[in-house]
Design a protein around this ligand. Structure first.
Ligand code: BMA
Length: 371
């Protein structure tokens, strides 16, 4: 009798603790729940190193099976792979950076098979004007909310995203868990969903609608949801458009070095300290969702500037942006070294740190199995 009394009393508390330990999708697949739990405890061990488009191309090459700039330099693949869906909404066979969606599916399966983690972003076109993601127009977000003139169009775009996500399956027919990085850098003014282009309530409405549509209408249960800003200076700024604890699994921000090592390290340190506190307060997984120093001109940047900051904060993963190589207009874009690049030997040292987890560590971590 007494025992029964205690159990009933404790039940709400036990349920609350249990609920806190699950992704926001209470019907998430076992692999997704397992990944969530592994990512949650990962900061105690170290952080996964990720790279956008790693298997699709690198500096001076494209579409060579098994190749990766990171593998060329370290002998190991990244532990996390970033991919991008921009143009899927247009039924285009290739994404906006020239990666065919059919190949992308294979690369995702390849990385997952090795035990790597998958994250996906979406630079979707402006649904109101037909311009790109970088062409904001007043009223765009409002136009795709329920009741808005472009809501049906937006839903049809989400159907295409859902179809792609549903096609991501492992060798046993299980869905491959994906960290979906929606409306990233939403405090900057460059995307139609960003900065002053919409009110915080509009953005939150868009977030809630999008998650509900994918999870509840389309019944996708292999997704974790990442909320990420660009650079921020206060916790309040990071929280300004935060959709709420029931709508987010992963908390992050994007940052790029555009000035001195010291200025970058100081700013990164401050942001990671704030993120660590925010993630703990909101019970979210902290991540550096996108970062880079274009062209890596400093040969000791990895161990001299980046690592000292990263190693003193709780963080589950970091993801370097894409190695596009040469681009029109004499520009280049790459954020991890290729074989022979000035910072390659230092990247090998960085890779050797026990706190930095690449593919071999990810495979050992068995992230899709129960902890
Ligand atoms: C930007 C650049 C662009 C790219 C876009 C979307 O940061 O890398 O070249 O098209 O991301 O991936």
């Amino acid at each position: 009798m007494r025992q029964f009394f205690l159990c009933v009393c404790c039940l709400p508390l036990v349920m609350k603790i249990h609920a806190q330990g699950l992704p926001i999708d209470k019907q998430a697949t076992p692999e997704t729940v397992n990944l969530f739990h592994h990512l949650k405890s990962l900061p105690q061990k170290g952080f996964l190193f990720g790279h956008q488009d790693d298997l699709a191309y690198g500096v001076g090459w494209k579409d060579i099976p098994g190749r990766s700039d990171i593998k060329d330099v370290t002998g190991d693949y990244p532990g996390l792979y970033g991919w991008e869906l921009g143009r899927i909404e247009l039924d285009h066979p290739d994404n906006l950076d020239g990666v065919p969606f059919d190949k992308m599916r294979q690369y995702i399966q390849e990385g997952y098979r090795r035990g790597g983690v998958i994250t996906i972003s979406w630079h979707l076109n402006n649904p109101l004007t037909g311009g790109t993601a970088w062409q904001p127009a007043p009223g765009t977000v409002a136009s795709i909310l329920p009741g808005g003139e472009k809501n049906a169009l937006y839903r049809s775009w989400l159907d295409k995203v859902a179809a792609f996500l549903q096609s991501l399956k492992g060798d046993h027919g299980e869905y491959i868990p994906v960290i979906l990085r929606l409306f990233h850098e939403l405090n900057g003014n460059w995307f139609w969903w960003g900065g002053n282009q919409c009110t915080p309530d509009e953005l939150r409405g868009l977030w809630h609608f999008t998650v509900s549509y994918l999870r509840d209408t389309k019944q996708l249960h292999h997704l974790l949801y990442a909320y990420n800003t660009d650079n921020f200076t206060t916790p309040e700024a990071w929280l300004e458009k935060y959709p709420g604890d029931e709508w987010v699994d992963i908390a992050g921000f994007d940052t790029y070095q555009r000035n001195s090592n010291a200025a970058f390290a100081t700013a990164l340190d401050k942001m990671l300290a704030m993120l660590g506190t925010l993630a703990a307060q909101h019970d979210k997984i902290p991540a550096l969702t996108e970062f880079g120093y274009n062209g890596l001109p400093d040969s000791s940047w990895w161990t001299g500037t980046l690592m000292p900051v990263l190693q003193s904060h709780p963080i589950a993963y970091v993801m370097a942006w894409r190695n596009a190589g040469d681009e029109p207009g004499g520009h280049h874009e790459y954020y991890v070294p290729y074989a022979g690049q000035a910072s390659a030997p230092d990247f090998v040292k960085f890779h050797a740190s026990p706190r930095v987890l690449f593919q071999e560590a990810a495979t050992k971590g068995k992230f899709y199995k129960k902890k």
